[in-house]
Design a protein around this ligand. Structure first.
Ligand code: ME8
Length: 654
């Protein structure tokens, strides 16, 4: 695809209907647009990012009547809540357009009149079927049902018959021009699969489009013929030009039009990839570079939609997690073109594993060590070894690849690559064991190098995730003692050496909350985690028998020192960890209820006591082949007794 070399970048979301407040699906589009806008700013472009609301038409008229409100009062209340949501999601739009704004209505009327004068709009009679939910005329080939009605093939709702005087837009005259556009500029519709759909739709033939209604009152009046209101899609699509200054700010319009990306859901691709360029061709405007039709978020395999009532309210998630976990999850989970099923378990897994464990712990551990071992800043690092150099050069390569992914809207790929690098830096730290080096003053220059490398990597990582997680990236730069914000550093200037010796770091705060499914969904909705095996209430005889045992009985327990080789969390489990241990004679895996007291990272390398001849138990589908000894605190947490000097794995405990 040809590179976009323009200095400006204009990106839009659809303007959402005000029949209800936005849900996760609307949040998704808006987050993608925000991420691309933030990235393009880092890339040095002058960016304009617009979102807004679509307030006219029959759908809104009907929704308002059902609530006993005027359409404008309904719009005002939903707009307030939508704007609150975009604030809570850290959306950085430059302008919020409402189609009830005066300049927009005037602009739409002016363009309508221009097309009448040109002969591209003419008066006629429309007979057909209309779907209010989609604000769309049904194609002629939709069959008539036994009861004499038709069902909308897109949303499955009942359509109703219309027969009225209308103004038509001469869409049929643009069929060949549209096909030429798709052939000469395949980047006009993305992804490629959507271009194919649109092309075959247009090849199938285009009929002129009815663009006014006499039976809908809530709309922009047709100039000189006010018994007609302008069809809501003709009105709404023009927000992309009125919002950027058409007819009221020629400089702004000249600077940013045509749009670089109209980001939309695949449900409204036809309006944007067929009707919109045809209107623009008729009006003589340059055409947008790309209409990007993204996939849908589904709930239980069905598209989330306000009219189906299966939507998820993002505010419920934002209250617990803040914006970045949701932004990250939605962008990481699926490539932009595909559909994805939203599950709370999937969301929590990503937050706990990718954010809290991988990124959060890396930041927390590294900064804590820098503060503990080099309070005044890291000094006198030794020369880079090959392994240290790899952390640096891999960052430089990563930076280029991530840039290309962002530029190509491959946001999930950008995040995948960044997280692979986070994993690499975590391994680098574990392999170097700085916490052990810190005990030996002779190894201080090496310790300095390892922590310097990790801090520099963290600074780079935060910069690269900034477009997706702006708040967290800014916080991490703050902990690193950085004077600037990531948004103030152009992409081409970001360097691994931005964190150098002598920099004093601040106290890291927890970045991502670790939340259990039951706390998030409520006890009943959450699948039970493996409950600890209940201790049987001892009978009188049993109690006496348990109180005193013989030495021979005690001796039957094979207690040994075990060395923890690896530790990890299990997806969706908040209390248990999976450990790999060396018990001297062999390696064993075990599952232990210690996740509320210990992180996997701090356990690796430690030695503890385990009983190795207990019958294996299966916990969460994993065989636990040993059990560790731990004291139970009053609030039911496990505290492991470690050794106060080194001891070999396998040593007998008695
Ligand atoms: O169509 N998954 O407004 P709308 C992903 N006013 N994205 C989703 C989604 C889901 N389940 N549900 C909604 C309109 N969206 C018109 C637009 S533009 C000139 C006029 C997103 O409130 C997606 O971007 O029905 C979709 O295209 C848009 O919300 C539809 O919003």
């Amino acid at each position: 695809m040809e590179k976009n070399t323009k200095k400006t970048f204009y990106i839009t979301t659809p303007i959402y209907y005000v029949n209800d407040v936005p849900h996760i699906g609307h949040a998704y589009t808006t987050i993608i647009a925000d991420t691309l806008a933030r990235f393009q700013k880092l890339a040095g472009k002058d960016v304009f990012f617009m979102t807004g609301t679509d307030e006219h038409g029959q759908k809104i008229e009907k929704a308002a009547a059902e609530r006993g409100l005027t359409p404008k009062a309904l719009a005002d209340s939903v707009v307030g809540r939508a704007q609150d949501l975009w604030r809570s999601l850290d959306i950085s739009h430059d302008f919020f357009i409402r189609t009830t704004m005066d300049f927009h209505e005037k602009g739409v009327q002016k363009l309508f009149q221009m097309l009448v004068d040109k002969g591209d709009i003419y008066k006629g009679e429309y007979k057909g079927w209309y779907c209010v939910s989609d604000e769309n005329f049904l194609p002629d080939d939709v069959p008539l049902e036994a009861e004499g009605c038709k069902t909308c093939p897109d949303c499955g709702k009942k359509a109703y018959g219309v027969s009225e005087e209308t103004y038509f837009f001469r869409l049929s005259a643009y069929q060949d021009k549209l096909l030429t556009l798709y052939a000469e500029h395949p980047e006009f519709v993305r992804p490629q699969s959507r271009l194919n759909e649109v092309t075959s739709f247009v090849r199938g033939g285009l009929k002129d489009l009815s663009i006014t209604r006499t039976t809908v009152k809530w709309g922009v009046p047709v100039p000189g013929d006010p018994k007609h209101t302008i069809y809501v899609w003709f009105d709404a699509l023009h927000n992309y030009v009125t919002g950027i200054g058409y007819d009221w700010n020629p400089e702004l319009f000249k600077k940013f039009w045509p749009a670089d990306i109209h980001l939309v859901g695949k449900d409204i691709l036809r309006f944007h990839a067929v009707y919109w360029p045809a209107f623009l061709m008729a009006e003589g405007f340059p055409l947008p570079r790309t209409v990007y039709g993204h996939g849908w978020w589904l709930k239980d395999d069905t598209k989330m939609s306000k009219s189906k009532g299966n939507v998820l309210d993002p505010q419920a998630i934002l209250k617990v997690f803040g914006p970045d976990p949701l932004r990250y999850f939605l962008l990481r989970e699926i490539p932009i073109g595909q559909d994805g099923n939203f599950s709370h378990e999937g969301f929590l897994h990503r937050v706990n594993s990718d954010l809290a464990n991988d990124l959060g712990n890396l930041v927390q551990r590294t900064l804590t060590m820098i503060r503990n071992y080099f309070d005044g800043g890291i000094i006198d690092p030794e020369e880079e070894t090959a392994a240290d150099l790899k952390v640096r050069t891999d960052f430089e390569d990563l930076k280029t690849r991530v840039f290309d992914h962002y530029d190509a809207c491959a946001l999930n790929k950008a995040l995948e690559e960044i997280w692979a690098y986070i994993g690499q830096v975590n391994k680098y730290l574990a392999a170097n064991e700085p916490w052990i080096m810190a005990k030996d003053p002779a190894r201080r220059p090496r310790l300095a190098r390892v922590l310097l490398q990790a801090a520099a990597a963290i600074r780079g990582i935060s910069y690269l995730v900034f477009p997706v997680m702006p708040g967290s990236a800014e916080k991490i730069w703050g902990f690193l003692g950085e004077g600037k914000k990531p948004s103030e550093v152009p992409y081409e200037e970001i360097e691994f050496d931005g964190f150098g010796p002598g920099r004093k770091v601040g106290m890291p705060q927890a970045l991502f909350p670790r939340v259990a499914l039951k706390d998030f969904l409520g006890e009943e909705a959450a699948a039970p985690e493996t409950p600890p095996a209940p201790r049987p209430e001892p009978t009188k005889e049993g109690k006496e028998a348990m109180d005193i045992i013989t030495y021979d009985e005690f001796k039957r327990m094979d207690l040994r020192v075990a060395h923890i080789l690896a530790a990890e969390r299990l997806p969706g489990a908040t209390k248990i960890l999976k450990l790999q241990v060396d018990i001297g004679t062999e390696k064993r895996q075990m599952v232990a209820g210690i996740a509320e007291t210990y992180t996997p990272e701090e356990l690796v390398g430690k030695k503890l006591i385990v009983i190795v001849n207990l019958k294996p138990a299966v916990i969460r589908g994993i065989e636990s082949q040993a059990m560790l000894l731990a004291a139970i605190t009053p609030d039911n947490k496990a505290l492991i007794p470690f050794f106060d000097r080194d001891i070999a794995a396998g040593a007998v405990v008695k």
